[in-house]
Design a protein around this ligand. Sequence first.
Ligand SMILES: C[S@@+](CC[C@H](N)C(=O)[O-])C[C@H]1O[C@@H](n2cnc3c(N)ncnc32)[C@H](O)[C@@H]1O
Length: 353
Amino acid sequence: MPETITKLAYQAFQNGKSAFSLGHRTLATQLRQWLRPELQFELASVDDDFLAEVTRRREALLQVDWDEAEAGIYPEALLFDNPWDDFFQYYPAVVWELPQLWERILNKETQVFDAAINTQGFPRYYLQNFHHQTDGYLSETSANLYDLQVELLFSGSADAMRRRVLAPIKQALNRQVTLGDRQTQRVLDVACGTGRTLKQLQGSFPDVSLYGLDLSPAYLRKANQLLSQASGSLPQLAQGQGEAMPYRDNYFDALTCVFLFHELPGPVRQQVIDDCFRVTRPGGTLVICDSIQAIDTPELEPMMANFPVLFHEPYYRDYIQDDLTTRLETAGFTGVTTQAHFVSKYWIAHKPA
Ligand SMILES: C[S@@+](CC[C@H](N)C(=O)[O-])C[C@H]1O[C@@H](n2cnc3c(N)ncnc32)[C@H](O)[C@@H]1O
């Protein structure tokens, strides 16, 4: 009986987030039509079959999220983890920022940074207002609003999609039982952003040494705040590029990489995969989570067509046609398998022992 109540609570929690996201989108559209009627988006139309498919996929995601917690892959408490303080503190700022964002869209400004931000040393492909975010990934404000914006985009299911990396990571860690000269197993989250995936890993594998790498100092500071509040291993965070990581060869038992690849040009995707291969120990595993792709999910093509129209995502159209399995095999990974959950796709790849 308590399990039934917990499941109902989980469903209510998810449905509440989904309803809030829908309310936010309605509010944002009405405000835009009122304040900037000249800003119109040419969107692919969607029909009832498409909407039914989206609903079916979301329900399937929530079911597997529940089932894997029940199976002990991660604690049930993770299902309810939500940055409530940020939610209440920053939601007004998300709405307040909208007019600036519309102004930039109308002016076709996609690479604008506050004069106080030092953009030296970052790769050119990275200096973008991804999603039309003010200052891209390079300000504290952007780091504070990011998680909330992602939750609104994914109707409250961003963490449920991130959690799908946990089962393959658990399997990988169970396989790597010989520690040799190491005290603990090591897992790296590449492009860890504000630390949401690391928090799920921290809650699931408290004895594993966790590492996070990202290019954004502001996002790393935000991740540090989040992760230092929780119990379990304190992840070591480092600023760096996924294509030239500051770690020794064969250092990690497993790697995760969530929502990075659609924000990289094709050749950089290959470089990041190559460097992931270098730092993975023989017998180790890489798990990638990113957007679904047109090459295998044609039924959701309108969503994939509309995403880069509404959000600044300069490499997305190329990404959805990119064969990451071939890229992984080119790097040396073997036994690559894929999965899909809701609007995300997953690649699980192994470095030969
Ligand atoms: C869409 S966010 C995803 C963040 C996080 N993984 C999540 O689940 O929300 C993309 C992240 O990748 C980082 N990033 C982009 N290019 C990178 C690169 N070449 N090397 C390391 N981090 C990068 C950005 O700073 C940002 O934090």
